[in-house]
Write a new protein. Sequence first.
Length: 474
Amino acid sequence: MAIDYTQKIPNNVNLADDRTLQRALEQWQPNFITWWDDVGPEGSTNHEVYLRTATSVDPQGWAVFDYVKMRDYRWGIFLNPADAERQIHFGDHKGEKAWQDVPGEHRANLRRIIVTQGDTEPASVEQQRHLGLTAPSLYDLRNLFQVNVEEGRHLWAMVYLLQKFFGRDGREEAGALLERTSGDANNPRILGAFNEKTPDWLAFFMFTYFTDRDGKFQLAALAESAFDPLARTTKFMLTEEAHHMFVGESGVSRVLQRTAQVMNELKTDDPALVRAAGAIDLGTIQRYLNFHYSVTIDLFGADQSSNAATFYSSGLKGRYEEGKRSDDHVLKGQTYKVLEVQNGQLGEKEVPMLNALNEVLRDDFIKDSIAGIGRWNKVLEKAGLTQRLAAPHKAFNRKIGALAGIRMSPDGRVVSDEEWKAKESEWLPSPADFAFVASLMGPVLEPGKFAGWIAPPAMGINKNPVDFEYVRFG
Ligand SMILES: [Fe+2]
Ligand SMILES: [Fe+2]
């Protein structure tokens, strides 16, 4: 299914035949470019970046690579192909035909779901906007920019749905997506993790590993939706998301590889000596992991939520890999275990599964995240080190749901306020950790050169060598 690039807005939704939508999008487009110029990647206007651009929604050969100035990137609207026979396969409408339009009774909820997803896309671009000034290599700089333009395109994907299906409120919401700003005191982004800072490249790699993975799970749940245009658009977004998580996973792996190398050369595990040699000590890496893991699992929402039940039963949002599950896909009368603290003790309780679907998705995310931490540990194992990274306990540092505000150690003990205060700087990155990591940040801009705190990747992008000129400075 080819994408029409002769249009001002590349698309595979026959935009030329829909005048109203075309007009709405063309009015929004200059505001998007202004937003990109104002709060997108700092100082990048004249860079020519070796980027991939989607050309088709066919998973085989769906993109081309070429040098592009980012504000000229062909942001567009791409949906996976339609299946005319598609049926709703979960919830109360199971077995009915998928919806090609928004049913009136689900309009408010669907709009809210789309706005919440849409809001995360520009937020992450804003969070990452200063990182281009301190890239550890051209290869990494290019990867950052690739993630940034694709998050921009994800915003377009959600704006398309709002403008096509939600009339005037949709157009207003599309405008508001460019008005909220990550971390802004008066008009912040909707979700907590998207108002946090991404101050350095270790934070960026953790963010793309954990928080883009939240994106994967949310998009996968929406790809099951009875509202077919939402399902098709999120399916295509998932294709792009895989690279974002690769950037995070391989980024942290390369940091670990370099740290392990320094520890072996110096025959030490003393963080001060590792730091003095210009590498990031494992304790700091673990603290960054603890932070990004805990703020990201908050994104799944309250452990018990009547909204989650409504979204599922009415067919708006499914579970991760809904189609691969062998239960009845209605879930009435089924239960699920959630955590609770009673009298200072952590325990479990069974609750109706429909109300616990946020927790179900969070647990799927946790499983997937922990698998990658295992791959990071292989790097340490291969280097002959005995230290390992670990995911903190699910109740550690939570701000949302029944576990919010509970003082829990990373290894899952309920602790006193005193112990929390005494140990916080061992468990979460401290101002001193941030200052140290900041002191290592680049930029390193010579092709094939890498900052001293990170190993080069095994391979370049699109079969190019690692020392390829991934970014040309205009
Ligand atoms: Fe995204
Ligand atoms: Fe992403």
